[in-house]
Design a protein around this ligand. Structure first.
Ligand SMILES: CC(C)(COP(=O)([O-])OP(=O)([O-])OC[C@H]1O[C@@H](n2cnc3c(N)ncnc32)[C@H](O)[C@@H]1OP(=O)([O-])[O-])[C@@H](O)C(=O)NCCC(=O)NCCSC(=O)C[C@@](C)(O)CC(=O)[O-]
Ligand SMILES: NC(=O)C1=CN([C@@H]2O[C@H](COP(=O)(O)OP(=O)(O)OC[C@H]3O[C@@H](n4cnc5c(N)ncnc54)[C@H](OP(=O)(O)O)[C@@H]3O)[C@@H](O)[C@H]2O)C=CC1
Length: 427
Protein backbone atom coordinates (compact mmCIF):
# COMPACT_ATOMS: atom_id res chain seq x y z
CA UNK A 1 0.00 0.00 0.00
CA UNK A 2 1.20 3.48 -0.78
CA UNK A 3 -0.42 6.83 -1.25
CA UNK A 4 0.67 9.31 -3.90
CA UNK A 5 -1.44 12.08 -2.38
CA UNK A 6 -2.08 12.47 1.35
CA UNK A 7 -3.85 15.81 0.87
CA UNK A 8 -7.46 14.93 1.70
CA UNK A 9 -9.30 18.24 2.17
CA UNK A 10 -12.26 18.15 4.58
CA UNK A 11 -11.61 14.47 5.34
CA UNK A 12 -13.01 15.12 8.83
CA UNK A 13 -16.36 16.16 7.39
CA UNK A 14 -16.97 12.66 5.99
CA UNK A 15 -18.80 9.84 7.78
CA UNK A 16 -16.69 6.96 9.15
CA UNK A 17 -17.69 4.76 6.18
CA UNK A 18 -16.84 7.53 3.71
CA UNK A 19 -13.45 7.99 5.38
CA UNK A 20 -12.73 4.27 5.09
CA UNK A 21 -13.61 4.43 1.39
CA UNK A 22 -11.48 7.56 0.86
CA UNK A 23 -8.56 5.91 2.70
CA UNK A 24 -8.82 2.82 0.49
CA UNK A 25 -8.99 5.02 -2.59
CA UNK A 26 -5.95 7.07 -1.49
CA UNK A 27 -4.03 3.82 -0.95
CA UNK A 28 -5.28 2.34 -4.25
CA UNK A 29 -6.70 -0.73 -2.52
CA UNK A 30 -10.15 -2.30 -2.20
CA UNK A 31 -11.97 -1.16 0.94
CA UNK A 32 -12.28 -4.77 2.15
CA UNK A 33 -8.48 -4.74 2.72
CA UNK A 34 -9.36 -2.47 5.65
CA UNK A 35 -12.06 -4.76 7.02
CA UNK A 36 -10.33 -5.30 10.34
CA UNK A 37 -10.95 -1.62 11.12
CA UNK A 38 -14.65 -2.43 11.11
CA UNK A 39 -14.47 -5.58 13.22
CA UNK A 40 -12.93 -5.65 16.71
CA UNK A 41 -12.44 -9.41 16.71
CA UNK A 42 -10.40 -9.11 13.52
CA UNK A 43 -8.55 -6.02 14.76
CA UNK A 44 -7.13 -8.11 17.60
CA UNK A 45 -8.48 -11.67 17.93
CA UNK A 46 -8.93 -12.75 21.54
CA UNK A 47 -6.82 -15.83 20.84
CA UNK A 48 -3.93 -13.57 19.72
CA UNK A 49 -4.37 -11.22 22.67
CA UNK A 50 -4.22 -14.24 24.98
CA UNK A 51 -0.74 -15.03 23.66
CA UNK A 52 0.50 -11.43 23.97
CA UNK A 53 0.17 -10.80 27.72
CA UNK A 54 -0.91 -12.65 30.84
CA UNK A 55 -4.34 -13.18 32.44
CA UNK A 56 -6.20 -11.89 29.38
CA UNK A 57 -9.95 -11.47 29.83
CA UNK A 58 -10.67 -9.31 26.78
CA UNK A 59 -9.28 -6.61 24.51
CA UNK A 60 -9.34 -2.82 24.83
CA UNK A 61 -10.28 -0.49 21.99
CA UNK A 62 -9.05 3.01 21.19
CA UNK A 63 -10.15 5.31 18.38
CA UNK A 64 -7.98 4.76 15.29
CA UNK A 65 -7.70 7.91 13.15
CA UNK A 66 -5.73 8.96 10.10
CA UNK A 67 -3.64 12.14 10.08
CA UNK A 68 -3.82 13.54 6.57
CA UNK A 69 -1.65 15.90 4.52
CA UNK A 70 1.82 14.67 5.56
CA UNK A 71 4.75 14.98 3.17
CA UNK A 72 7.97 13.52 4.58
CA UNK A 73 11.21 13.56 2.58
CA UNK A 74 9.24 14.41 -0.55
CA UNK A 75 6.77 11.51 -0.26
CA UNK A 76 3.16 11.76 0.78
CA UNK A 77 2.04 9.52 3.63
CA UNK A 78 -1.14 8.93 5.63
CA UNK A 79 -0.44 8.41 9.32
CA UNK A 80 -2.46 6.00 11.53
CA UNK A 81 -2.91 7.30 15.09
CA UNK A 82 -4.52 5.40 17.99
CA UNK A 83 -5.39 7.92 20.71
CA UNK A 84 -8.13 8.88 23.14
CA UNK A 85 -7.56 12.68 23.15
CA UNK A 86 -9.57 14.99 20.88
CA UNK A 87 -7.80 17.55 18.64
CA UNK A 88 -4.53 15.59 18.37
CA UNK A 89 -5.25 14.12 14.92
CA UNK A 90 -6.78 17.43 13.79
CA UNK A 91 -3.76 19.48 14.88
CA UNK A 92 -1.27 17.10 13.21
CA UNK A 93 -3.29 17.15 9.96
CA UNK A 94 -3.58 20.92 10.12
CA UNK A 95 0.16 21.50 10.58
CA UNK A 96 1.00 18.90 7.90
CA UNK A 97 -1.31 20.85 5.57
CA UNK A 98 0.61 24.07 6.26
CA UNK A 99 4.03 22.39 6.05
CA UNK A 100 3.38 20.59 2.76
CA UNK A 101 3.20 23.93 0.91
CA UNK A 102 6.88 24.51 1.71
CA UNK A 103 8.04 20.93 1.05
CA UNK A 104 6.84 19.17 4.22
CA UNK A 105 9.17 17.55 6.74
CA UNK A 106 12.71 16.34 6.18
CA UNK A 107 14.14 13.69 8.45
CA UNK A 108 17.27 11.67 9.21
CA UNK A 109 18.13 8.62 11.31
CA UNK A 110 21.58 7.87 12.68
CA UNK A 111 21.28 4.06 12.92
CA UNK A 112 19.78 1.36 15.13
CA UNK A 113 22.38 1.21 17.90
CA UNK A 114 20.96 0.25 21.30
CA UNK A 115 22.97 0.19 24.51
CA UNK A 116 22.96 -2.96 26.64
CA UNK A 117 24.17 -2.15 30.16
CA UNK A 118 26.00 -4.42 32.62
CA UNK A 119 26.60 -2.99 36.11
CA UNK A 120 29.50 -4.75 37.84
CA UNK A 121 29.98 -4.44 41.62
CA UNK A 122 32.44 -5.84 44.19
CA UNK A 123 35.51 -5.14 42.01
CA UNK A 124 38.71 -5.05 44.12
CA UNK A 125 41.00 -3.67 41.42
CA UNK A 126 39.05 -1.34 39.12
CA UNK A 127 42.05 -0.47 36.94
CA UNK A 128 42.92 -4.10 36.09
CA UNK A 129 39.24 -4.94 35.58
CA UNK A 130 38.99 -2.16 33.03
CA UNK A 131 42.26 -3.14 31.29
CA UNK A 132 41.11 -6.77 31.11
CA UNK A 133 37.82 -5.79 29.46
CA UNK A 134 39.58 -3.45 27.01
CA UNK A 135 42.05 -6.23 26.14
CA UNK A 136 39.30 -8.79 25.58
CA UNK A 137 36.96 -6.43 23.68
CA UNK A 138 37.21 -8.27 20.35
CA UNK A 139 36.57 -11.72 21.91
CA UNK A 140 33.70 -10.35 24.01
CA UNK A 141 32.05 -8.86 20.92
CA UNK A 142 32.46 -12.13 19.01
CA UNK A 143 30.98 -14.09 21.89
CA UNK A 144 28.02 -11.70 22.29
CA UNK A 145 27.39 -11.92 18.55
CA UNK A 146 27.36 -15.72 18.70
CA UNK A 147 24.18 -15.42 20.84
CA UNK A 148 22.13 -13.82 18.01
CA UNK A 149 23.14 -15.39 14.71
CA UNK A 150 20.08 -14.06 12.82
CA UNK A 151 20.86 -10.47 13.77
CA UNK A 152 24.54 -10.86 12.85
CA UNK A 153 23.74 -12.58 9.53
CA UNK A 154 21.58 -9.57 8.63
CA UNK A 155 24.43 -7.13 9.37
CA UNK A 156 23.60 -6.29 13.01
CA UNK A 157 25.15 -7.32 16.32
CA UNK A 158 27.58 -5.79 18.83
CA UNK A 159 29.69 -3.06 17.22
CA UNK A 160 31.51 -1.64 20.23
CA UNK A 161 31.97 -1.92 23.99
CA UNK A 162 32.42 1.18 26.14
CA UNK A 163 33.12 1.56 29.84
CA UNK A 164 31.87 4.05 32.43
CA UNK A 165 32.24 4.38 36.21
CA UNK A 166 29.74 5.22 38.90
CA UNK A 167 30.36 6.11 42.56
CA UNK A 168 27.23 5.26 44.54
CA UNK A 169 25.94 7.06 47.62
CA UNK A 170 26.77 3.87 49.58
CA UNK A 171 30.46 4.26 48.72
CA UNK A 172 30.35 1.33 46.28
CA UNK A 173 32.20 1.78 42.97
CA UNK A 174 30.49 0.35 39.90
CA UNK A 175 31.98 -0.48 36.52
CA UNK A 176 29.35 0.05 33.81
CA UNK A 177 29.81 -1.85 30.57
CA UNK A 178 27.89 -0.60 27.52
CA UNK A 179 27.38 -3.03 24.65
CA UNK A 180 26.60 -1.01 21.53
CA UNK A 181 24.38 -3.32 19.50
CA UNK A 182 23.04 -2.69 16.03
CA UNK A 183 19.52 -4.13 16.33
CA UNK A 184 18.53 -3.26 12.73
CA UNK A 185 14.72 -3.37 12.41
CA UNK A 186 13.95 -4.46 15.98
CA UNK A 187 13.30 -2.28 19.00
CA UNK A 188 16.05 -4.45 20.38
CA UNK A 189 15.35 -5.01 24.07
CA UNK A 190 15.15 -8.79 23.95
CA UNK A 191 18.12 -9.08 21.61
CA UNK A 192 20.31 -6.83 23.77
CA UNK A 193 19.18 -8.27 27.11
CA UNK A 194 19.99 -11.80 25.97
CA UNK A 195 23.52 -10.77 25.01
CA UNK A 196 24.10 -8.90 28.28
CA UNK A 197 22.85 -11.83 30.39
CA UNK A 198 24.87 -14.44 28.54
CA UNK A 199 28.13 -12.45 28.77
CA UNK A 200 27.90 -12.46 32.58
CA UNK A 201 30.36 -15.32 33.31
CA UNK A 202 33.01 -13.80 30.99
CA UNK A 203 32.64 -10.35 32.54
CA UNK A 204 32.81 -11.71 36.09
CA UNK A 205 35.96 -13.67 35.22
CA UNK A 206 37.66 -10.64 33.64
CA UNK A 207 36.75 -8.19 36.43
CA UNK A 208 36.71 -10.40 39.51
CA UNK A 209 33.42 -8.66 40.36
CA UNK A 210 29.72 -9.49 40.36
CA UNK A 211 27.39 -8.47 37.53
CA UNK A 212 24.32 -7.05 39.31
CA UNK A 213 22.15 -5.67 36.45
CA UNK A 214 21.96 -6.68 32.78
CA UNK A 215 19.42 -4.78 30.72
CA UNK A 216 19.23 -2.32 27.85
CA UNK A 217 19.16 1.43 28.47
CA UNK A 218 16.08 3.26 27.30
CA UNK A 219 18.22 6.39 27.00
CA UNK A 220 18.86 5.35 23.39
CA UNK A 221 21.14 8.29 22.59
CA UNK A 222 23.03 6.30 19.95
CA UNK A 223 19.76 5.90 18.01
CA UNK A 224 18.65 9.46 17.29
CA UNK A 225 16.13 10.65 14.75
CA UNK A 226 15.75 14.24 13.56
CA UNK A 227 12.82 15.93 11.82
CA UNK A 228 12.95 19.45 10.41
CA UNK A 229 10.45 21.82 8.89
CA UNK A 230 10.71 25.30 7.36
CA UNK A 231 7.60 27.49 7.03
CA UNK A 232 7.68 30.90 5.32
CA UNK A 233 6.01 33.60 7.42
CA UNK A 234 3.19 34.12 4.93
CA UNK A 235 2.03 30.49 5.46
CA UNK A 236 1.57 31.15 9.16
CA UNK A 237 -1.04 33.92 9.16
CA UNK A 238 -3.92 33.10 11.51
CA UNK A 239 -6.27 35.96 10.66
CA UNK A 240 -5.78 37.63 14.06
CA UNK A 241 -1.96 37.55 13.81
CA UNK A 242 0.28 37.95 10.79
CA UNK A 243 2.79 35.19 10.01
CA UNK A 244 5.81 37.11 11.26
CA UNK A 245 4.14 37.71 14.64
CA UNK A 246 3.06 34.05 14.85
CA UNK A 247 6.63 32.90 14.14
CA UNK A 248 8.13 35.24 16.76
CA UNK A 249 5.60 34.09 19.35
CA UNK A 250 6.27 30.42 18.58
CA UNK A 251 10.04 30.92 18.95
CA UNK A 252 9.47 32.61 22.31
CA UNK A 253 7.16 29.80 23.40
CA UNK A 254 9.95 27.34 22.61
CA UNK A 255 12.57 29.45 24.40
CA UNK A 256 10.37 29.46 27.51
CA UNK A 257 10.24 25.65 27.34
CA UNK A 258 14.04 25.55 27.04
CA UNK A 259 14.38 27.68 30.19
CA UNK A 260 11.55 26.42 32.39
CA UNK A 261 11.25 22.70 33.29
CA UNK A 262 7.63 23.17 34.41
CA UNK A 263 6.74 24.41 30.93
CA UNK A 264 9.11 21.93 29.23
CA UNK A 265 7.17 18.98 30.69
CA UNK A 266 3.97 20.22 29.04
CA UNK A 267 5.74 21.21 25.83
CA UNK A 268 7.24 17.72 25.54
CA UNK A 269 3.87 16.17 26.40
CA UNK A 270 2.60 18.00 23.33
CA UNK A 271 5.33 16.34 21.23
CA UNK A 272 4.42 12.93 22.66
CA UNK A 273 0.76 13.65 21.74
CA UNK A 274 1.88 13.01 18.17
CA UNK A 275 4.40 10.28 18.85
CA UNK A 276 2.56 7.89 21.19
CA UNK A 277 -0.51 7.42 18.95
CA UNK A 278 1.69 6.26 16.05
CA UNK A 279 3.65 3.98 18.40
CA UNK A 280 0.42 2.48 19.72
CA UNK A 281 -1.03 2.07 16.23
CA UNK A 282 2.11 0.17 15.17
CA UNK A 283 2.32 -2.03 18.31
CA UNK A 284 5.49 -0.38 19.58
CA UNK A 285 6.60 -0.03 23.20
CA UNK A 286 5.59 3.56 23.95
CA UNK A 287 6.79 3.41 27.57
CA UNK A 288 10.30 2.77 26.27
CA UNK A 289 10.11 5.77 23.93
CA UNK A 290 8.57 8.00 26.61
CA UNK A 291 11.35 7.06 29.07
CA UNK A 292 14.03 7.71 26.43
CA UNK A 293 12.51 11.03 25.37
CA UNK A 294 12.36 12.47 28.88
CA UNK A 295 15.82 11.18 29.88
CA UNK A 296 17.21 12.74 26.68
CA UNK A 297 15.41 16.01 27.46
CA UNK A 298 17.32 16.14 30.77
CA UNK A 299 20.69 15.03 29.45
CA UNK A 300 22.39 18.41 30.09
CA UNK A 301 21.38 18.40 33.73
CA UNK A 302 18.20 20.44 33.31
CA UNK A 303 14.99 19.10 31.82
CA UNK A 304 14.19 21.14 28.69
CA UNK A 305 12.20 21.25 25.46
CA UNK A 306 13.19 18.64 22.88
CA UNK A 307 12.50 21.04 19.99
CA UNK A 308 14.34 24.05 18.57
CA UNK A 309 12.42 26.79 16.75
CA UNK A 310 14.31 29.65 15.09
CA UNK A 311 13.74 32.35 12.48
CA UNK A 312 15.91 32.86 9.41
CA UNK A 313 15.09 34.75 6.20
CA UNK A 314 11.41 35.35 7.02
CA UNK A 315 11.01 31.64 7.58
CA UNK A 316 10.23 29.72 10.76
CA UNK A 317 12.51 26.68 11.21
CA UNK A 318 11.58 23.82 13.52
CA UNK A 319 13.73 20.87 14.54
CA UNK A 320 13.18 17.87 16.79
CA UNK A 321 15.92 15.37 17.64
CA UNK A 322 15.24 12.52 20.04
CA UNK A 323 15.90 8.82 20.64
CA UNK A 324 13.48 6.70 18.61
CA UNK A 325 13.88 2.99 19.38
CA UNK A 326 11.05 1.57 17.32
CA UNK A 327 10.79 -1.85 15.70
CA UNK A 328 8.92 -3.42 12.83
CA UNK A 329 10.09 -6.90 13.88
CA UNK A 330 9.64 -8.44 17.30
CA UNK A 331 7.53 -7.36 20.27
CA UNK A 332 3.86 -6.94 19.29
CA UNK A 333 4.61 -5.39 15.92
CA UNK A 334 4.22 -8.63 13.99
CA UNK A 335 1.54 -10.32 16.10
CA UNK A 336 -1.06 -7.54 16.29
CA UNK A 337 -3.12 -7.43 13.05
CA UNK A 338 -3.93 -3.71 13.31
CA UNK A 339 -0.27 -2.90 13.97
CA UNK A 340 0.65 -4.74 10.76
CA UNK A 341 -2.04 -2.82 8.86
CA UNK A 342 -0.69 0.49 10.22
CA UNK A 343 2.79 -0.32 8.92
CA UNK A 344 1.28 -1.20 5.53
CA UNK A 345 -0.75 2.03 5.37
CA UNK A 346 2.52 3.99 5.81
CA UNK A 347 4.42 1.62 3.48
CA UNK A 348 7.06 1.12 6.19
CA UNK A 349 9.98 -1.10 5.12
CA UNK A 350 12.39 -0.59 8.02
CA UNK A 351 12.65 0.65 11.60
CA UNK A 352 14.47 3.67 10.16
CA UNK A 353 11.43 4.54 7.99
CA UNK A 354 9.10 4.29 10.97
CA UNK A 355 11.33 6.27 13.35
CA UNK A 356 11.51 9.15 10.88
CA UNK A 357 7.74 9.34 10.32
CA UNK A 358 7.09 9.20 14.06
CA UNK A 359 9.44 12.11 14.79
CA UNK A 360 7.96 14.15 11.92
CA UNK A 361 4.52 13.70 13.52
CA UNK A 362 5.97 14.74 16.90
CA UNK A 363 7.32 17.95 15.36
CA UNK A 364 4.01 18.67 13.58
CA UNK A 365 2.14 18.15 16.86
CA UNK A 366 4.42 20.52 18.76
CA UNK A 367 4.03 23.08 15.99
CA UNK A 368 0.24 22.84 16.27
CA UNK A 369 0.26 23.18 20.04
CA UNK A 370 2.66 26.14 20.34
CA UNK A 371 1.05 27.91 17.38
CA UNK A 372 -2.33 27.72 19.12
CA UNK A 373 -0.93 28.47 22.61
CA UNK A 374 1.09 31.51 21.53
CA UNK A 375 -1.79 33.03 19.54
CA UNK A 376 -5.46 32.35 20.24
CA UNK A 377 -4.90 29.88 23.11
CA UNK A 378 -5.54 26.14 23.16
CA UNK A 379 -9.17 26.12 24.23
CA UNK A 380 -10.93 27.23 21.01
CA UNK A 381 -9.59 24.43 18.80
CA UNK A 382 -9.16 21.78 21.48
CA UNK A 383 -12.37 22.41 23.41
CA UNK A 384 -14.46 22.68 20.25
CA UNK A 385 -13.45 19.13 19.45
CA UNK A 386 -13.83 18.06 23.10
CA UNK A 387 -17.44 19.27 22.97
CA UNK A 388 -18.40 16.17 20.98
CA UNK A 389 -16.91 13.98 23.66
CA UNK A 390 -18.95 15.67 26.42
CA UNK A 391 -22.12 15.72 24.30
CA UNK A 392 -21.83 11.99 23.64
CA UNK A 393 -21.67 11.27 27.39
CA UNK A 394 -25.08 12.80 28.10
CA UNK A 395 -26.88 13.02 24.74
CA UNK A 396 -29.49 10.25 24.50
CA UNK A 397 -29.48 9.94 20.70
CA UNK A 398 -27.44 11.20 17.71
CA UNK A 399 -29.70 14.22 17.16
CA UNK A 400 -29.39 15.28 20.81
CA UNK A 401 -25.59 14.80 20.73
CA UNK A 402 -25.28 17.02 17.62
CA UNK A 403 -27.55 19.63 19.19
CA UNK A 404 -25.64 19.68 22.50
CA UNK A 405 -22.29 19.95 20.73
CA UNK A 406 -23.57 22.93 18.71
CA UNK A 407 -24.95 24.61 21.86
CA UNK A 408 -21.65 24.33 23.74
CA UNK A 409 -19.70 25.73 20.78
CA UNK A 410 -22.18 28.54 20.12
CA UNK A 411 -22.12 29.63 23.77
CA UNK A 412 -18.38 29.03 24.07
CA UNK A 413 -19.07 26.92 27.15
CA UNK A 414 -17.68 23.39 26.79
CA UNK A 415 -18.40 21.81 30.18
CA UNK A 416 -20.44 18.91 31.48
CA UNK A 417 -22.46 21.22 33.77
CA UNK A 418 -23.24 23.56 30.90
CA UNK A 419 -24.28 20.67 28.67
CA UNK A 420 -26.66 19.36 31.36
CA UNK A 421 -28.16 22.82 31.73
CA UNK A 422 -28.65 23.20 27.96
CA UNK A 423 -30.44 19.85 27.95
CA UNK A 424 -32.65 20.72 30.95
CA UNK A 425 -33.64 24.02 29.34
CA UNK A 426 -34.36 22.48 25.94
CA UNK A 427 -38.00 22.61 25.05
C1 LIG B 1 -8.02 22.01 16.21
C2 LIG B 1 -7.44 22.89 15.09
C3 LIG B 1 -6.76 21.97 14.08
C4 LIG B 1 -8.58 23.64 14.42
O1 LIG B 1 -8.00 24.55 13.53
P1 LIG B 1 -8.88 25.45 12.55
O2 LIG B 1 -7.96 26.45 11.96
O3 LIG B 1 -10.11 25.91 13.24
O4 LIG B 1 -9.33 24.39 11.50
P2 LIG B 1 -9.99 24.54 10.06
O5 LIG B 1 -11.43 24.17 10.21
O6 LIG B 1 -9.63 25.84 9.42
O7 LIG B 1 -9.24 23.37 9.28
C5 LIG B 1 -7.83 23.45 9.00
C6 LIG B 1 -7.28 22.02 8.91
O8 LIG B 1 -7.19 21.46 10.23
C7 LIG B 1 -7.55 20.09 10.16
N1 LIG B 1 -8.78 19.93 10.94
C8 LIG B 1 -9.57 20.89 11.43
N2 LIG B 1 -10.60 20.38 12.14
C9 LIG B 1 -10.45 19.05 12.08
C10 LIG B 1 -11.18 17.96 12.61
N3 LIG B 1 -12.29 18.14 13.33
N4 LIG B 1 -10.74 16.72 12.38
C11 LIG B 1 -9.63 16.50 11.64
N5 LIG B 1 -8.90 17.50 11.09
C12 LIG B 1 -9.30 18.75 11.32
C13 LIG B 1 -7.77 19.74 8.69
O9 LIG B 1 -6.55 19.28 8.16
C14 LIG B 1 -8.14 21.08 8.10
O10 LIG B 1 -7.81 21.28 6.75
P3 LIG B 1 -8.28 20.31 5.56
O11 LIG B 1 -7.20 19.26 5.54
O12 LIG B 1 -9.60 19.73 5.92
O13 LIG B 1 -8.29 21.17 4.40
C15 LIG B 1 -6.43 23.93 15.63
O14 LIG B 1 -7.11 24.77 16.53
C16 LIG B 1 -5.24 23.35 16.31
O15 LIG B 1 -4.30 22.87 15.67
N6 LIG B 1 -5.19 23.40 17.67
C17 LIG B 1 -4.18 22.78 18.48
C18 LIG B 1 -4.77 21.58 19.15
C19 LIG B 1 -3.78 20.76 19.94
O16 LIG B 1 -2.60 21.03 19.97
N7 LIG B 1 -4.28 19.73 20.58
C20 LIG B 1 -3.51 18.85 21.38
C21 LIG B 1 -4.19 18.63 22.70
S1 LIG B 1 -3.79 19.90 23.84
C22 LIG B 1 -2.44 19.21 24.69
O17 LIG B 1 -2.59 18.16 25.27
C23 LIG B 1 -1.03 19.65 24.45
C24 LIG B 1 -0.50 20.94 24.95
C25 LIG B 1 -1.24 22.05 24.31
O18 LIG B 1 -0.63 21.08 26.34
C26 LIG B 1 0.96 20.95 24.57
C27 LIG B 1 1.69 22.20 24.92
O19 LIG B 1 1.31 22.83 25.92
O20 LIG B 1 2.69 22.53 24.21
N1 LIG C 1 13.40 -1.62 29.01
C1 LIG C 1 12.70 -1.98 27.93
O1 LIG C 1 12.37 -1.15 27.10
C2 LIG C 1 12.34 -3.43 27.74
C3 LIG C 1 11.53 -3.78 26.68
N2 LIG C 1 11.22 -5.10 26.42
C4 LIG C 1 10.37 -5.53 25.31
O2 LIG C 1 11.22 -6.12 24.30
C5 LIG C 1 10.48 -6.22 23.09
C6 LIG C 1 11.35 -5.84 21.91
O3 LIG C 1 12.49 -6.64 21.84
P1 LIG C 1 13.18 -6.97 20.44
O4 LIG C 1 14.58 -7.41 20.71
O5 LIG C 1 12.99 -5.83 19.52
O6 LIG C 1 12.26 -8.13 19.91
P2 LIG C 1 12.52 -9.63 19.46
O7 LIG C 1 13.55 -10.32 20.27
O8 LIG C 1 11.17 -10.23 19.40
O9 LIG C 1 13.05 -9.39 17.98
C7 LIG C 1 14.38 -9.18 17.68
C8 LIG C 1 14.93 -10.43 16.97
O10 LIG C 1 14.31 -10.58 15.69
C9 LIG C 1 15.20 -11.24 14.81
N3 LIG C 1 15.23 -10.50 13.53
C10 LIG C 1 14.83 -11.00 12.31
N4 LIG C 1 14.95 -10.06 11.35
C11 LIG C 1 15.44 -8.94 11.94
C12 LIG C 1 15.78 -7.64 11.45
N5 LIG C 1 15.66 -7.27 10.17
N6 LIG C 1 16.23 -6.73 12.34
C13 LIG C 1 16.35 -7.03 13.64
N7 LIG C 1 16.07 -8.25 14.16
C14 LIG C 1 15.61 -9.21 13.32
C15 LIG C 1 16.58 -11.25 15.48
O11 LIG C 1 17.01 -12.53 15.87
P3 LIG C 1 16.22 -13.89 16.21
O12 LIG C 1 15.47 -14.28 14.99
O13 LIG C 1 17.31 -14.83 16.56
O14 LIG C 1 15.33 -13.63 17.39
C16 LIG C 1 16.41 -10.33 16.69
O15 LIG C 1 17.14 -10.70 17.80
C17 LIG C 1 9.30 -5.29 23.23
O16 LIG C 1 8.15 -6.09 23.43
C18 LIG C 1 9.62 -4.52 24.52
O17 LIG C 1 8.41 -4.12 25.13
C19 LIG C 1 11.74 -6.11 27.20
C20 LIG C 1 12.54 -5.81 28.27
C21 LIG C 1 12.87 -4.45 28.64
Amino acid sequence: MKTSNSRLPKYFKLSVEERQAALASALSIEVDKLDLLMDNEKALPLSTADKMIENVVGTFQLPFGIATNFTVNGSDVLIPMAVEEPSVVAAASNMARIARDSGGFTTSYNGSIMIGQMHVINIDDMESAQLNIEGAKKELMEKANSFDKTLVALGGGVKDIQLRHLALGTGEKVLVIHLHVNVLDAMGANAVNTMAERLTPDIEKLTGGTVLLRILSNLADQRLTTAKVAIPFDHLDTGDFNGSEVAKRMVLANEIALADPYRAATHNKGIMNGIDPVLIATGNDWRAIEAGAHAFAAKDGQYRALTKWTIQDETLHGELTMPMAVGIIGGATKTHPTARLSLEIMNIQSAADLAQLVVAVGLAQNMGAIRALATEGIQRGHMTLHARNIASQIGRNPEEIDWLEAQMIEHNDVRMDAAKEFLNNRK
